[in-house]
Design a protein around this ligand. Sequence first.
Ligand SMILES: Cc1ncc(COP(=O)(O)O)c(C=O)c1O
Length: 349
Amino acid sequence: MNRDGLTALVDCQPRAALAHLPTPLERHGDLLVKRDDQTGLAFGGSKLRALEFFVGEALRRRAKVLVVVGSPQSNFCRLTAAVAARQGLQCRLLIVGNARDGHDLSGNRWLSSLFGAELIPVDSASARETISDYLSQLQRDGVPFYFIEGGGHAPEALWGYLQASVELLTQLGTVGTMPDRLFVACGRGTTYAGFLLGLRLLDCPIPITGVSVARDQNRCRSEIHDVIDRFCRQYGLKNPVVESDIWIDDRWIGPGYDAVPPERWRIIVGQARRRGLLLDPIYTSRAMQAVLESVHRAACRTALFIHTGGLPGLFDVRLAGGLESIAEKNSLPVASAGNSQGPEHEDEN
Ligand SMILES: Cc1ncc(COP(=O)(O)O)c(C=O)c1O
């Protein structure tokens, strides 16, 4: 399929124009950076690409309320809250966590409230049941709602990243460079799935490494394969992706999803000071860790780093614990509220 053909398919889908596109492709020496942190709305992020299609479908169904599940510091929840505000919709966020999270008013959680979303706490021990009961009750009450899986993990999201693949290949043609490898942070793998499918549909063989933030490589691979398969069946496309083409690097998970060890803070500080590039503590700093390691051992010369956003995580005081040991050497002030109790959530979104 060529770029025009894929664009024509994307253009047939219900969609709300929300993101500033195309996002810039920057060159930093041998490193190319696709700035999806600059999609425009509410601190940006790649997930806004997916939300364009979720919201398009929600509006087509005349929904008035967006309902999403997420963790207390979910980037996807923050963006959904912003999008709902922008579209004049209500937003209800089912926040899966524990009692301690109720006191966390920083980062994405604060922003979601600022956008007027209703945050409904859901105890993690009984989350599945509580969410299902909540949705059934909305149905019984006749509320016109549209439910989005945590983190936007659903086939519709892939349209956004297919469009991003077209955009990226057009930009690479303009800069006249082909990277050896793409790197993207991988939670549930929907973003990865969309980029991989997009590039392969366009006959572009560049390998993509998904840098896992929580799941082991087998689980990531099978979830990615599954969402691509569902997408292709749902929209009648021949699936060009084989499972062995899904590259997952799960070496940077460390003690847990939201544990940020000093070496990752070192990368955040280093990239900020070397390139003026902000990375978030959970997703993009892990992906950058994989990029730097790969370049260091000469496994990759020209890397393309997809900056998926997540920047409000820099203002989540719970993540600052690992900063203490590197603060003095880097002339950094450290908030005393830093959490040194270790990871709280084993999962993302
Ligand atoms: C900033 C950021 N980058 C990357 C990801 C990973 O996306 P996915 O769950 O599609 O793998 C997320 C998921 O929440 C995210 O918030």
